[in-house]
Design a protein around this ligand. Sequence first.
Ligand code: ES4
Ligand code: ZN
Length: 324
Amino acid sequence: MTSFISELPKVELHLHIEGTLEPEMVFALAQRNGITLDYADESALRAAYQFSDLQSFLDLYYQGMQVLQTEQDFFDLTWAYLERSHADNVRHVEVFFDPQAHTERGVPLAAVIGGIVRALEQARRQWSLTSRLILSFLRHLSQAAAFDTLRQAEPFRQQLSGIGLDSAEQGNPPTKFAQVYAAAQAQGYRLVAHAGEEGPASYIRDALDILKVERIDHGVAAIDDAPLMARLAQERIPLTVCPLSNLKLQVINDMSEHPMLALLHAGLCVTVNSDDPAYFGGYMNANYRALQQGLGASERDLLQLALNSVEACWLSPEEKAVLT
Ligand code: ES4
Ligand code: ZN
């Protein structure tokens, strides 16, 4: 690890807390909760982490998170992620969670949010590591199900900064969720959505124009659409890009093909993030290092990427000033 990367103060804007579930914790929580797993041991589970596309990952992701059942499980999961982030000199995190993946299994929303928030507050007290929490809808489910989830979240409104949209992108376009995004905006939620990960550049445009999002998660498909790239640069719309995720899910074939630097040098507000680090081979510093070693990013590039994350995050101007 180069000291430049490890010493750089970093902000993470695209992180699924369920995607930080390491095989060791899958087995520990399965034992604690009396669950029998399909894998003999941790190394057998880890060996299954070979993905051909987004769906092949999602199948394991939804399977793995079934060991999460109690408030304490969600605390332990989140705390382990925050310890790793603190070790990587991450100063602020904006965390997604997938409520429908838990409520569908009968886990109360209060246990999910309560455990996550308890860990986030402890990290702020202990390390001044600040955070925001983002409720993400599963796009393979219906808009009616998203509306139901938005209603169930009403008692927790003060703990939630924004809403997002994730899971299987192709065939589940932004337009499917137009009304629920408008309803969330009316309730004061900030809006983001995954777009242009496996889906086309037109999904990025629709997320902006129809869902009215302020940030795009992934967005790498913008590289295929020069007028869209010009707009994203002009409006400084942040893209929360995830290099190791794109490699593991075969969005790119090799890190040398990653569009990050082309987007950065075209003036877009691109940022570095870890997405589902337990599944994709690394946390924040590993993602920065992959850009340096696999794509040839300079220290100047990496510094600009880190500054972009501060610009794109939801801290106040005063809090941002402390980070720069
Ligand atoms: C995800 Cl990499 C990715 N893409 C879409 N949805 C997701 N949920 C968790 N990780
Ligand atoms: Zn994601």
